[in-house]
Design a protein around this ligand. Structure first.
Ligand code: NAP
Length: 265
């Protein structure tokens, strides 16, 4: 398939699941790739398949994004490589366990990966995008960013951060030619569930989407400039009503007077 060169996409968590499908689809769309994850063997296997299938240039960049030195190397790559036109912040971990059953060190690691690494990589990429007046950031959030009660609260909170950060980035950067998208997958059939302690086979198959469908839907939304992409939501009016209600709050949130429902001497 011949495609116009779109620049380079740097994808975190590209060794499996949703990130590996992004790698495949973006190579097919004409992007060169930088594939970031810890598992070098899986990255190499994917890179050679995609190079053969698409003739795109695919670079493997092994890094543990929870490790500050490794993260700094990826940040430097984003600053130095002016061909990078798309950052896909996809690497993430999760769990379903409650607060009493969760190891706080694991929760801290989750925040480091899902929040800190995503933030630092975005900050590294954005100045170059703005200077070149071109670039895009796709942040993989989750439907639990809207419903933190459904899984572990630290995971839901980390994804609420990703959605909120994306909304704010969009407001700041959309006038400067930079596209931002937050993708909110529902349950998706990947290793994510087994790694988090609940293999996907335990879920109702009626709520589990394939990673292919998820990425194809999200990329169609990306093509249409959709900021919040929820490929598993059939009737989008549910989200649109929620979003309209959220935006209607803005002018009511701050005041110099205590609300009259309080009685203060
Ligand atoms: P996955 O198959 O487990 O993929 C996670 C990816 O992140 C892997 O490539 C993994 O590669 C990488 N990763 C994990 N820890 C890392 C670290 N410390 N440094 C660098 N890379 C790391 O799961 P997935 O479902 O595709 O998850 C992708 C994203 O989708 C995550 O942000 C997740 O929160 C989100 N999501 C998933 C679902 C779902 O139901 N699956 C739903 C909503 C949102 P290595 O092990 O090689 O490092």
């Amino acid at each position: 398939m011949t495609q116009t060169f779109k620049g380079t996409a740097l994808i975190t968590g590209a060794s499996s699941g949703i990130g590996a499908i992004y790698a495949e689809r973006l190579a097919q769309r004409g992007y060169d790739l930088v594939l970031v994850a810890r598992n070098r063997d899986r990255l190499n296997t994917l890179a050679s398949r995609l190079t053969t299938d698409t003739q795109r240039n695919v670079e493997v960049f092994q890094a543990d994004l929870a490790n500050p030195q490794d993260l700094a190397r990826v940040e430097q790559k984003l600053r130095d490589d002016a061909s990078i036109s798309l950052l896909v912040n996809n690497a993430g971990i999760g769990t379903h366990t409650g607060v009493l059953d969760s190891d706080v060190e694991r929760m801290a690691e989750l925040i480091t990966l899902n929040v800190t690494a995503l933030t630092r990589l975005t900050y590294a990429a954005i100045p170059g995008f703005v200077a070149r007046k071109q670039g895009a950031v796709i942040n993989i959030s989750s439907i639990v960013s809207l419903a933190p009660e459904l899984l572990n609260g630290v995971y839901g909170g980390s994804k609420a951060y990703v959605t909120a950060f994306s909304q704010s980035l969009h407001k700041e950067l959309s006038t400067q030619g930079i596209q931002v998208q937050a993708v909110l997958p529902g349950a998706t059939a990947t290793d994510f569930w087994a790694i988090g302690g609940l293999p996907v086979e335990n879920l109702d198959p009626g709520i589990v989407m394939s990673a292919h469908d998820l990425v194809d839907g999200a990329l169609q939304d990306f093509d249409h400039g959709v900021l919040i992409s929820i490929p598993s939501m059939h009737d989008l009016q549910h989200y649109e009503r929620y979003e309209a209600g959220r935006q209607a709050l803005f002018s009511h949130l701050s005041s110099n007077r205590l609300a009259p429902r309080y009685s203060v001497e």
